[in-house]
Write a protein that binds this ligand. Structure first.
Ligand SMILES: [Fe+2]
Length: 354
């Protein structure tokens, strides 16, 4: 271990001071030099995944039109992880920017080459729960939002693709569920950070409808130990897209009020884990599915506990009374891990390197 950093160095406002704990860098030799920029020091080793536990994998920003080789590398890493670690995910979560570039419709060959075959049911037989990113909110050639909703409806029973709406919920695992996922559409007006001719956003009616849905779902009495939100845009990120004032205004108070355990997104093409003192929510970014890597806006050693500018994916393992969350790089090497319990306790684990 070398330098230490104090997470009190907040960039998110005075009421949101970082954990009053001093973490430390730890170099991970298995990664390419310079790839790992910040890693909190754990005091406990990450456990080997237990095949008897429920598992799911997450990946974001994957359906690239320019970096398909990189998408394939990450998909290969996911398959290798399943094989080598004997992890059998009962579901995958696709965190948006599912389709960059043009799509001709539900019959586009890209559905086969970049989804059905890229993440084959030999390794990922469970449902593929998907949310919408900014690149999905494009009309190129078709409206890619409508196309993805149609693909879920059209191939019902014939594909693992699950997008029952722009927003929806599901429990995982189905039997004795540990977590309720609330899938949201984060394409609120003015959240777009680039102005392309083919982009559009949610309508005001959709925003109001989703807001009522979210508040109603959060207000229901809990039937699972954990609640997690999945969508595409981060509230807080050290990446190039920066903290999102529109989404912070819309959702941060709700995350706090209802003690949402996880808020998991893509959008920045890296892997992050952010914690804030007094905030019940662990903020996860898993945007390493294949698209080009992006730069930091805040050095990850200033805000953590973790950030790595690498391609990769993520893994949730459901223990009897806790969730172990892991970030993996494109070679399926574990580069960050933590365990979270329903009382909100977060323990950083030493990643398993072999
Ligand atoms: Fe995005």
């Amino acid at each position: 271990m070398a330098d230490s950093f104090d997470l009190n160095q907040s960039h998110a406002g005075s009421r949101r001071e970082f954990l009053r704990r001093t973490f430390a860098f730890s170099a991970v030799a298995a990664l390419a030099p310079g790839a790992l920029l910040a890693q909190a020091a754990g005091t406990t080793d990450s456990p080997l995944p237990d095949p008897a536990h429920p598992h799911l994998l997450l990946v974001g920003d994957w359906g690239t039109d320019k970096y398909i080789q990189q998408q394939q590398q990450v998909a290969n890493g996911m398959k290798r992880y399943v094989d080598v670690r004997n992890v059998h995910p009962g579901a995958n979560i696709y965190l948006g920017d599912n389709w960059y570039g043009t799509m001709t419709g539900v019959d586009s060959t890209r559905w086969q080459t970049q989804f059905e075959q890229m993440y084959p049911d030999s390794h990922f037989p469970g449902p593929a729960w998907a949310v919408l990113g900014n690149h999905d909110y494009e009309r190129r050639v078709v409206n890619k939002v409508d196309m993805q909703l149609s693909y879920a409806a059209k191939v019902k029973g014939g594909s693992r693709w699950r997008m029952p709406g722009r927003w929806y919920t599901f429990n995982y695992p189905e039997t004795n569920p540990m977590i309720k996922f609330i899938a949201l559409d984060s394409n609120l007006p003015h959240t777009q950070d680039h102005d392309m001719l083919w982009n559009f956003t949610m309508s005001k009616d959709h925003v109001a409808e989703q807001d009522a849905f979210l508040r109603a779902e959060l207000a229901k009495s809990r039937t699972t130990p954990f609640v997690g939100i999945i969508c595409h845009h981060p509230l807080y990120t050290n990446g190039v897209h920066k903290d999102n004032p529109i989404l912070i205004q819309a959702w941060d108070a709700l995350l706090r009020q209802y003690k949402v355990d996880f808020y998991m997104t893509g959008h920045d093409h890296d892997l992050q884990h952010l914690e804030f003192a007094g905030h019940p929510t662990s903020f996860i970014i898993s945007g390493g599915g294949g698209a080009e890597l992006v730069d930091w806006s805040i050095p990850p050693e200033k805000r953590g506990p973790f950030g790595a500018r690498v391609l990769g994916f993520s893994h949730m393992e459901f223990e009897r009374s806790a969730i172990v969350f892991r970030h993996l790089d494109q070679d399926a090497k574990e580069i960050h891990a933590f365990r979270k319990t329903p009382d909100g306790k977060v323990d950083i684990l030493r990643p398993r390197l072999s």
